[in-house]
Design a protein around this ligand. Structure first.
Ligand code: FAD
Length: 441
């Protein structure tokens, strides 16, 4: 008995030591995900030593609007995909953090500036700024040889110097709406008009009087078809959905099947019809991209599935590497916070990672389940109706506070409203007429 209790005592001590061990953590990116990573690392529960590297000159990630497209003055690709008029496609109630909701106000769907202000307020409330190194571009992350597990090579953009620092763990929070996915359409090289991706879209005036074919009917494609219809002469929303999207668009927006070919001046559609067009506007989404992760990190992108990962989050080959924020069609900020709490519980030894083989089979089982439901590999990280299950799974495994189920319900409900009534769904009921002269019931 004495031996047993001594053993127990030693175990408690061991867990205690591991739990409260201060880790040195690098956070890559100071968007909504990186900020929640920082906030939890210094929450008081953990008090880790943490450095957040951000390559631009301010926090907020994709919510920072910039007029420029292409490259910045340091020669780096512009990160943000934000356009000038953007309002959120989710109500504010599902856009806050669990411990820092968006404050009360009459409207539900906020502007991009209000979200950026909110992220700045979060940053100030939790006193995160001292931990953030702006204008620091992470160029390379690789396993280290010394005491610490990781080596991070960073360029200080202002001084144009390189620093290499060692860390125990890495949280990758670099976003996934910056690397355009552009399908190669036959004839794209002979088309004489303009071709652009939504990543580079800022204002609708560039389409004044033009005929534009919008490729893709995801949230961006639908939103932008509507937005540019005020300026364009005609908008053709081309998608591969089998049915017409039953939302009321303005009269100059029509829906068509996929574009299968481009000629010098025309788009040819899957139903063999043709249209003369001035612009091909790709709203075809983005690719996951981690240009700074060395191959030896053990994470690769395979047909836009980031793998091998446990729970869409933790590198199975190197569990002290976490990729926060990969799932989409989610309550993003709350999910980031939950993912980070999940990871920290494991890194601090309060929960043990399963054996490598078990993590691999958990990923393979989920891939098989999704394939059975007809989902392609590139949709592996898509949540939508599955999100509630995912959140509960993370919370249960890590033993952390779950997200309230109402979040998932609200998210799914507002996604339905988006599709059902694109023109009005953001409106508050007291408004009778909107810009398009549709009556609001
Ligand atoms: P990001 O915001 O992209 O931040 C990543 C950060 O990492 C950036 O600041 C970047 O500069 C930095 N970084 C990248 N690489 C490096 C490097 N090598 N070194 C240092 N720093 C680096 N979500 C919603 O919930 N509701 C909405 O209505 C909504 N609308 C959206 C509209 C648009 C047009 C877009 C593009 C996205 C929208 N989203 C929306 C999704 C949005 O991306 C997430 O809500 C969230 O902001 C993503 O945060 P993040 O921190 O993961 O990524």
């Amino acid at each position: 008995n004495k031996w047993e209790s001594e053993k127990k005592g030693r175990c408690v001590l061991l867990v205690f030591r591991e739990t409260w061990r201060i880790m040195k953590i690098a956070v890559i990116g100071a968007g909504a995900a990186g900020l929640s990573a920082l906030r939890q690392c210094i929450s008081g529960t953990y008090n880790d030593q943490v450095v957040c590297y951000e390559k631009t000159d301010q926090i907020g990630g994709t919510w920072v609007y910039r007029e420029e497209t292409g490259s910045d003055k340091y020669g780096l690709p512009i990160h943000t995909s934000m356009y000038k008029s953007l309002r959120t496609n989710l109500p504010k109630e599902v856009m806050g953090y669990p411990d820092f909701p968006i404050s009360e106000r009459p409207e539900s769907y906020l502007s991009r500036t209000e979200i950026l202000d909110f992220l700045n307020a979060y940053c100030d409330h939790f006193a995160l700024r001292p931990y953030i190194r702006l204008l620091h571009h992470v160029e390379l992350v690789e396993p280290a040889v010394g005491d610490r597990k990781w080596s991070v090579k960073v360029r200080d953009l202002q001084r144009d110097t390189i620093v290499t620092e060692a860390f125990d763990a890495i949280m990758v929070c670099n976003g996934h709406y910056f690397q355009p996915r552009i399908p190669k359409i036959s004839g794209h090289d002979v088309f004489a008009g303009k071709q652009m991706h939504s990543h580079d879209y800022r204002v609708p005036e560039i389409f004044d009087g033009k005929t534009v074919v919008v490729l893709g009917a995801g949230p961006s494609g639908m939103d932008l078809a509507l937005e540019i219809s005020k300026n364009a002469n005609r908008v053709i929303l081309s998608h591969h959905l089998t049915e017409t999207i039953l939302t009321v668009f303005p009269e100059n927006v029509v829906q068509k099947a996929d574009v299968v070919k481009l000629t010098e001046h025309e788009a040819v559609f899957a139903d063999d019809t043709k249209e003369q067009v001035d612009v091909v506007f790709y709203c075809t989404g983005y690719k996951y991209n981690f240009p700074f992760l060395a191959e030896s990190c053990g994470v690769r992108v395979d047909s836009n599935m980031v793998t091998p990962l446990w729970k869409h989050l933790v590198s199975i080959e190197n569990p002290t590497l976490a990729l926060v924020g990969l799932p989409y069609y989610v309550c993003a900020f709350s999910m980031f916070d939950l993912q980070v709490r999940f990871v920290l519980r494991h890194w601090h030894g309060e929960r043990r990672f399963p054996a490598r083989a078990d993590m691999l089979s958990s990923e393979a089982e989920e891939a098989a389940r999704r394939a059975e439901r007809g989902l392609q590999k590139r949709h592996f990280h898509m949540m939508g109706p599955e999100q509630g299950h995912y959140y509960d799974d993370l919370a249960n495994i890590a033993g952390v506070t779950p997200l309230p189920p109402v979040m998932t319900k609200l998210h799914n409900e507002s996604s339905m409203r988006f599709v059902d009534d694109l023109v009005h769904y953001r409106q508050d009921r007291y408004k009778i007429l909107d810009d398009y002269n549709f009556v609001q019931f």
